[in-house]
Ligand binder design. Structure first.
Ligand SMILES: CC(=O)N[C@H](C=O)[C@@H](O)[C@H](O)[C@H](O)CO
Ligand SMILES: CC(=O)C(=O)O
Length: 306
């Protein structure tokens, strides 16, 4: 299988709501078009950033449908189909396949601490449900489950397993997963704060929750890595991390801050669903400042690359 379409900067798509907090078709299309125009490689739909854990099956299907109808064939589309039960995950997987997604992905099962064998069966049943390739989502800080090398090797016997989206913090995990999986395998960098380090240690692509509010900065960082300009790569990573730390320091949650900035950028996709915290009045000044930080960094590194 040709994995080229997975190499690149792939924003994690945000949940798009109307004023009542329902999934909005209009806003979903708007965000999709906005990111398409920024020339990202693809979209990761319905993951953490898609607030999947707080949405009904119907809402998740609706979002998958709107994005696919709008952008399939134009961007690489990855559907995150992880749900609490295997049954619901399989329903989402089959729906994503009908819609023409390029790949499926899923977190391990959450809530109960299940043994590796159950996680293996869970991911395998999702894979058996369609012909699509599958990307393992390793995110131990939210799921409590750490993908082991032996489980990866066992899963790798299934040719549908084409990659891991790795969000654990040690960049070494990226290197180890690549070494264990061998050729024709994609490891995606997860932590946006380590984008440059992840790419340098071997990540073939990257999927991240903050790309959507500043895609240019990750596209530029990727360009610096590709052209061996490590001075600028390190520098832009510092700017990115300053911004992410600011995004995470408000009363509102990181996603609420991101959505408020997107609104200032002209893309209104509503707020976040509780229990995620929405923006507070007192956050507004900081939000304007972060937007300016983003604008300045984009202008500066755009010039460096021009
Ligand atoms: C724990 C978590 O949600 N990780 C995301 C996915 O890997 C990241 O993209 C973060 O959103 C990002 O690194 C900001 O902390
Ligand atoms: C990467 C990320 O934030 C997501 O799973 O949506």
């Amino acid at each position: 299988m040709n994995l080229e379409k997975f190499r690149g900067v792939i924003p994690a798509f945000y949940a798009c709501y109307d004023e009542q907090g329902n999934v909005s078709e209009e806003a979903t299309k708007e965000l999709g078009n906005h990111l398409y125009n920024k020339k990202v490689k693809g979209l990761y739909v319905g993951g953490s950033s898609g607030e999947c854990i707080y949405q009904t099956l119907e809402e998740r299907k609706e979002t998958l449908r709107i994005v696919a109808e709008n952008l399939r064939g134009k961007l690489t589309l990855i559907a995150h189909v992880g749900a609490p039960s295997t049954r619901d995950s399989v329903i989402l997987a089959q729906y994503a396949a009908e819609l023409g997604y390029d790949a499926l992905s899923a977190i391990p099962p959450i809530y109960f601490k299940l043994p590796e064998n159950s996680v293996y069966n869970y991911w395998s049943k999702i894979m058996d449900a369609t012909d699509l390739p599958f990307i393992i989502y390793n995110i131990p800080q939210t799921t409590g489950f750490d993908l082991s090398i032996s489980l990866l090797q066992k899963l790798r016997n299934n040719p549908k397993v084409i990659g891991v989206k790795n969000s654990s913090m040690p960049v070494m995990d990226i290197e180890r997963f690549k070494a264990a999986a061998g050729e024709n395998f994609i490891v995606f960098n997860g932590p946006d704060e380590q984008f440059v380090a992840g790419r340098l240690i071997g990540a073939d692509g990257a999927i991240g929750g903050t790309y959507g509010v500043m895609p240019e900065l990750f596209l530029y960082a990727d360009e610096f890595v590709k052209t061996n300009d490590f001075v600028h790569a390190r520098e832009i990573q510092t700017k990115i991390n300053d911004i992410i730390i600011s995004l995470c320091s408000l009363e509102g949650s990181m996603y609420a801050a991101i959505k408020a900035i997107l609104a200032l950028q002209g893309v209104s996709i509503g707020g976040v669903r509780e229990p995620l915290e929405n923006i507070h009045e007192g956050d507004l000044e900081a939000i304007h400042q972060i937007k300016n930080q983003i604008d300045e960094a984009i202008a500066h590194y755009g010039k460096v690359l021009a």
